[in-house]
Each structure stands twice: as C-alpha cells, then as structure tokens.
Design a protein around this ligand. Structure first.
Ligand SMILES: [Zn+2]
Length: 242
C-alpha cells in the first residue's frame, strides 16, 4: 500500500526510535543534555495535558498531596528531577507520570487512600518510579506519531497535537507487568527510606483488592489496566519476606 510522504517520514523516525536502546541514544549529547531534553519534553506534555484535564483548585488537600510529593522527592537518590504533583478533577481514580517530573493524581484516587499520608506516598512513589526508571520516556520516545510531530513543529505544539490524538490513550495505558511490579517495589522502598510506613502500599492494594471503594466508582481504567491487585500484593509480600 502506498504511503504518503509524511507517513513515510514518521515510519523512519519511529523505526529509528524503536532501534535506540534508550533515550540517550536517540537524543545524543551528554547525560546532562538528555536530562534537560527529558525535562523539557515532560513540561511541554504537562502544559498540553493541562489544556485538557482540569485541576482541583488549590486547597488544603491538594497542598497536602504536593507536600507528600516534595517529601518523597527529597529521598529519590537517582538524579535530580523536578517532581511536581498536581491533583486533577477527573471523576475516576487515576494517576499519570510524565518524563522529567510531572505527576498527576486524581481526587478520587486520593479518596481511596483515605487521605492517609503513606498510602498517598505509595501511589505517588509508584508514579515517580515510572519517571526515574524512564518507563514513560522510553514509551513516548518510541511513539512514531510524536516523533513525527516533534520534527514538524515546536515541542509545545507537537505535544498538544499528539495529546489530542494518540497520546492520551498511550499515556493512559499501564506499562508492562514487570515495569508495574518494579514501580510498586520502588515505591515501597522510597516510602521506607523517607521515614514513612513501608507497609502502607501493601495495605492500600489489599484494601482495594477486597473491594473497598467500589461504591465510589472503582471501575476505572487506572486499576483495571494495571496487573491484578492480588498479584501486586503477592509481589510486595514476597519481597518483604525475602
Ligand atoms: Zn504504573
């Protein structure tokens, strides 16, 4: 089947991205330069996302969530990433991480945590893991549609165009089972290192597995697309028991 020129260009870029071992390969330059590129991409995507997803107006609860984010960020040892936690007004439990630091968590997911600091910390730590381990970045960079848009317009316009089409769906999907379970383990360790209750994550997942919150609309994609809650609990328990 004949391809249009832009499809062909997109295919080439997508292929190049798919062949890159990681984003450093693709962006080139020093580690510091690629970190800057990662942060810029995340900021462009966050700005584009904010045009589409409303935030909860700042209040004591949103400040509490942001403060938990800063507390955890102070204990992430891998590299200096500008983590920022924002609370969205989505109706379903949801959380999302963008490259370089932005984390979005929905109000209903915070409610499922019953505003327990360390349960919220586990949820945020899980998203931070996707950033630190570059799960989000690698997925985005390998997306041919975004590569094409970035080659045609500024980062911000490309991010916006992408999010209005394929991007939103891509960002909403869970990562591989391995990445998700790894993010849970990272989160538990981070909460523990920060001086919080490391068992809070297991407790939260167990509570959700037992059906807590079904009355408050749990049937969201966020939980449905992650590995089964039972498996996540078993994974954390196995790690804990060594
Ligand atoms: Zn995840």
């Amino acid at each position: 089947m004949a391809k249009t020129l832009s499809e062909a260009i997109g295919y080439t870029l997508g292929k190049k991205a798919a062949q890159a071992k990681n984003v450093f390969d693709l962006v080139g330059g020093t580690e510091e330069e690629s970190l800057r590129a990662e942060i810029r991409l995340g900021r462009d995507l966050a700005a584009a996302l904010l045009e589409r997803v409303p935030l909860i107006e700042e209040n004591e609860a949103t400040r509490f969530a942001a403060q938990i984010g800063r507390w955890l960020a102070g204990h992430v040892k891998e590299k200096k990433l500008p983590f920022v936690v924002r609370v969205t007004a989505e109706r379903e439990p949801n959380a999302l991480a963008l490259p370089g630091g932005p984390v979005f968590v929905s109000w209903p997911l915070l409610e499922l945590c019953q505003w327990q600091r360390d349960e919220i910390a586990f949820v945020l730590g899980h998203e931070m893991a996707h950033i630190v381990r570059q799960h989000t970045l690698n997925r985005i960079v390998k997306d041919a549609a975004l590569s094409l848009l970035l080659s045609q317009s500024s980062g911000k316009n490309a991010a916006s165009a992408w999010l209005s089409k394929a991007g939103r769906q891509l960002l909403g999907r869970a990562f591989s089972r391995e990445d998700e379970l790894e993010a849970d383990v990272f989160a538990v360790a981070l909460v523990g290192t920060a001086g919080g209750d490391a068992s809070a994550g297991e407790r939260l997942l167990e509570k959700l597995a037992q059906g807590f919150g079904q009355s408050v609309c749990i049937a969201g994609e966020y939980l449905a697309t992650h590995p089964p809650l039972i498996e996540r609990v078993a994974n954390l328990r196995a790690r804990r028991q060594g």
